[in-house]
Structure formats: structure tokens, C-alpha cells
Design a protein around this ligand. Structure first.
Ligand code: 5RP
Length: 219
């Protein structure tokens, strides 16, 4: 099975977790796109959808879904999203697709976070994948200097503007042994909007597409 097939079987497995009459949060990325493609098959179960990014919103609208504004929901039954890396505590690095801020907000609103990924995303220690940080543009260099103090190597993702008009710094060279601590430390730097560590709010269930089947891990 190739990587795309592994993403697809993980995404299709997630359909089984959607309760009747549920409000669903939808992440961003190629794995989630497989999930979105299948959503019309369970349309009668879905009370509403909340998108984590403009890209996802466009895809959902094209399939006839009417989007719900996150401001008008106080609770989501479920959030389904991919990851760039995930460890055994179901903590993740996300934001490879630059949608980390929307993703973190919708994940925080949701009662249950289901992470769907192919087996290449499973790691023992987070940090090989460069950690994305969304920054207010005037703070980019200041944030980068502070990241160097933390031992990281920051690289500006040139030409990229996020859904909220901000910029992204990708941080290389991190071996993240204390993900919750680092998530908080980075968030405390003035000018940081969000960082791509999802450790304080990890996934609740990981559906990992492997060579032969989907391996389920619950926290
Ligand atoms: C986007 C994300 C994605 O979930 C992450 O990049 C994984 O993407 P893919 O499913 O394409 O491998 O965080 O901001």
C-alpha cells in the first residue's frame, strides 16, 4: 500500500466515529481531503460542519455543505484532522499546510479529536518535522531570535500568507522531549499567534493507516 492509500483507509475509518446528528469540525490537508470526499455518504448524520481553513471551506461548499461559523457553536462533537507527526501520547506537530491557527481553535472547541494519518507520521520524539509557528508579520525577526535561544533553527516560509494575514516560521533542529512545556514557551513569545505543537490538547484517537490495516490508538 502506498502513502496515499494509507491516508485514504485512515480517513475512511474515521467515518465510523461520526455520531448521529453531529456537528463536525474538519481539518486541513491531503488526508482530510479523503475524509471530505466521503462525507456526502453520511450526510444524513451531519447537523453541521465547521471548517479549519479557507481551503477546507471551499472544498466543503463545492460538495454542497453549508458551513457553520465557529462563533455560533459552543461545542463540537468531533474534530477530524491529519498530522505532520504524532507520538505515542497522541501529541502532534501540525501546520505543514499553514492552517494551524484555525485547526487549534476548532480542536479546542471539539469534545473529541480524531487524528487520521499514514504510518510515516508516527514518531518516537516530535521535532524532525519543522515546527510551524504563525507570527504577526512585524514580530517575525523577534520571534526567530527567541527561537534560536531555545535551540531551534528558524526558517521563514517565504511568500506564504495565512488565512489571517500572518506569516509562518518553520523551526528545524528541535528534539521535543517536553512538548507541553515547549508549546507554552513558544506561545509566550510576543507576536506568536499559534505554534504547531498540539500537546496541551492532543488527539483522543489516532487512526493510523499502515501497510495492511488501520491501527487504532485511544488515549
Ligand atoms: C495542515 C495540517 C495537516 O493536518 C498536516 O500538514 C498533515 O497534512 P497531510 O494530511 O497532507 O499529510 O496540519 O496545516
Amino acid at each position: 500500500m502506498d502513502t496515499n492509500q494509507m491516508k485514504k483507509i485512515a480517513a475512511e475509518e474515521a467515518l465510523k466515529y461520526i455520531p448521529e446528528n453531529s456537528m463536525i469540525g474538519i481539518g486541513t490537508g491531503s488526508t482530510v481531503n479523503y475524509f471530505i470526499d466521503k462525507l456526502p455518504t453520511i450526510k444524513d448524520k451531519i447537523a453541521g460542519v465547521v471548517a479549519s481553513s479557507k481551503v477546507t471551506a471551499t472544498k466543503l461548499r463545492a460538495l454542497g455543505f453549508i458551513l457553520t461559523d465557529p462563533n455560533s457553536v459552543d461545542e463540537l462533537s468531533i474534530y477530524v484532522d491529519g498530522a505532520d507527526e504524532v507520538n505515542s501520547n497522541l501529541q502532534m506537530i501540525k501546520g505543514g499546510g499553514a492552517a494551524l491557527t484555525g485547526e487549534k481553535i476548532i480542536a479546542a472547541i471539539a469534545k473529541k479529536f480524531i487524528c487520521i494519518a499514514d504510518s510515516s507520521k508516527k514518531v518516537a520524539v516530535l521535532g524532525k518535522f519543522p515546527l510551524p509557528i504563525e507570527v504577526i508579520p512585524i514580530a517575525r525577526s523577534f520571534v526567530a531570535r527567541n527561537i534560536v535561544k531555545l535551540g531551534g533553527f528558524p526558517v521563514y516560509r517565504e511568500g506564504l500568507i495565512t488565512d489571517y494575514g500572518n506569516q509562518i516560521i518553520d523551526v528545524w533542529n528541535l528534539e521535543i522531549l517536553e512538548p507541553i512545556k515547549l508549546e507554552q514557551e513558544i506561545n509566550n513569545i510576543p507576536g506568536v499567534v499559534t505554534n504547531g505543537l498540539f500537546a496541551n490538547r492532543p488527539a483522543d484517537i489516532l487512526l493510523l493507516g499502515t501497510e495492511n490495516s488501520v491501527v487504532t490508538t485511544a488515549r
